[in-house]
Write a protein that binds this ligand. Structure first.
Ligand code: SAH
Length: 353
């Protein structure tokens, strides 16, 4: 295939690029060039605090779904969360990502209090929330309390596919609406999806890319689907490692300014997945800051890496890995906004057909 500009990718070009292993090297090379032009070799790090594995939802693919009676549930209290942030700050993290199941035991006020306290102690840090779907009013309260960013993967942009991997009580429309609400409120938003989730077709992935063009996200998180032994999808095949890398590259080409993590799932499916993710165009890493005693319990999928390492060990291990891959960890907050504005407004790069 003749390589054309990302602005001109048609649906059929995308399907071809997504489906064929022969494109990995070329895509990665081009994506790395784009990433170097905007971000150089910089890799932003975000300290991930998995603060609760209680969840009211029952997504068929996820190990912390409410019907899984085989896991011990935990939630971090206020003091534990603040302690995680303090440890993270000492290690150089300037963004904290608070991620959890949809745990309604944390009322809006509780989340606001946590956000306000972290901001009070670490005013130079960004706070990213990833707590699933809440009302627009709740999101507004979080934003007013000082939260800067919100991660909410759309998971899939094909309605039929959505209901093959989620129970009917959940809402495809609401999840998408949440993303637009978050954006309207002023959050930097991150969407994303799993690669190779059960019943997914390559055409569905193209739909995701088109949805993201509509959303104009600041961040996009993707990782391979990995089965979890206590879910209805336990016997389903894992997503493809190489396809995930190709999609990382395609994302970089289509959304040059975006913050794209080399995810833990990518590092789980291949021992060098995160390094290869960086080489394919990713520029963010999200090492775990949760207390080690809880790590195993946040078991979205099987064999998750780094569950035994203390925060400090994760930090130095990553430093080495990133250097070896030819990149450089930076401790800046790493906001996207200015660069994004340049690309979206001056070049119209996000507005593809
Ligand atoms: N409750 C939050 C956080 C969900 S966990 C929310 O709703 O956004 C973060 C992400 O992990 C999910 O968005 C999903 O894409 C991913 N994930 C869940 N189960 C997975 C699995 N089995 N394999 C790979 N990724 C998974």
């Amino acid at each position: 295939m003749n390589f054309i500009k990302a602005e001109e990718f048609t649906d059929s070009t995308l399907v071809e690029l997504i489906s064929d292993d022969k494109y990995n090297e070329e895509l990665a090379k081009r994506a790395d060039k784009v990433r170097k032009a905007i971000y150089g070799s910089d890799v932003y790090v975000r300290g991930l605090i998995e603060f609760s594995n209680y969840c009211k939802n029952d997504c068929y693919y996820c190990g912390i779904r409410r019907s899984n009676k085989n896991i011990e549930r935990y939630r971090l209290d206020f003091d534990e969360l603040i302690m995680c942030a303090k440890i993270g700050y000492k290690l150089g993290y300037r963004t904290f990502v608070l991620q959890g199941g949809e745990d309604m035991a944390y009322k809006d006020d509780d989340i606001c209090r946590i956000v306000e306290e972290i901001k009070k102690i670490h005013s130079d840090c960004a706070i990213t929330l990833s707590l699933g779907e809440r009302s627009k009013n709740s999101y507004r309260a979080f934003y007013n309390a000082g939260a800067d960013r919100y991660l909410l993967r759309e998971e899939t942009s094909n309605r039929q596919h959505y209901y093959k991997i989620h129970p009917s009580e959940m809402s495809f429309e609401n999840r998408r609406q949440c993303l637009f609400d978050l954006k309207e409120i002023g959050f930097q938003v991150g969407g994303g999806f799993m690669v190779g989730s059960p019943y997914q077709e390559d055409e569905d992935l193209v739909k995701d890319l088109r949805f993201l063009q509509e959303l104009e996200p600041d961040m996009v998180g993707i990782g391979p689907y990995i089965s979890q032994h206590d879910t209805p999808f336990k016997d389903m095949e894992n997503g493809s490692y190489k396809k995930t890398l190709r999609l990382v590259s395609i994302l970089r080409l289509m959304f040059p300014y975006c913050l794209i993590p080399a995810t833990t799932a990518l590092g789980t499916i291949n021992p060098f997945g995160r390094e290869e993710g960086l080489r394919a165009g990713a520029n963010v890493l999200m090492p775990n800051l949760s207390p080690t005693s809880y790590r195993e319990l946040y078991s979205l999928y099987d064999n998750k890496i780094c569950t035994g390492d203390e925060a400090a060990e994760c930090r130095s291990c990553l430093e080495l890995r990133v250097k070896k891959a030819g990149y450089n960890i930076v401790t800046a907050r790493g906001d996207v906004s200015k660069t994004k504005r340049f690309y979206v407004e001056k070049r119209g790069l996000c507005k593809l057909n």
